[in-house]
Write a new protein. Structure first.
Length: 94
C-alpha cells in the first residue's frame, strides 16, 4: 500500500490517496510538454492519475538510461486512458 498525492477530477484538485497495487504505467513522457498534454486529456475525461517525474531522482540511473515523467492510472481505466492519449504518444515517437 502506498500514499500518493493524485489529481481528483471530481473535486478538481489534488488530494492524498492510498493506492493499492492496482495501478498501471500508462506512459513515460520524455518531456514536460508531452506530459502536460497527456495529463490535460486525462483530467478532461475524469480519469484519476498519478505522475512521477523520474528526472528529479537524486541518484543517477535510478530509473534506467532514459528517465522521464511516468504517468500511472488505475488498471480499470487503462484501456480507456490509453485510447485517449495514443495519438499524442504516437506523434512524439515519429
Amino acid at each position: 500500500m502506498y500514499l500518493y498525492q493524485v489529481y481528483d477530477p471530481q473535486r478538481n484538485n489534488t488530494r492524498n490517496f492510498v493506492v493499492m497495487n492496482n495501478e498501471k504505467l500508462l506512459c513515460k513522457c520524455t518531456n514536460s510538454i508531452t506530459a502536460h498534454n497527456v495529463v490535460s486529456i486525462l483530467e478532461n475525461d475524469g480519469i484519476a492519475f498519478r505522475q512521477h517525474d523520474e528526472t528529479n531522482e537524486p541518484r543517477m540511473g535510478a530509473y534506467g538510461p532514459t528517465p522521464g515523467i511516468a504517468i500511472y492510472v488505475f488498471e480499470k481505466d487503462y484501456e480507456k486512458a490509453y485510447s485517449l492519449i495514443e495519438p499524442i504518444i504516437n506523434s512524439t515517437t515519429e
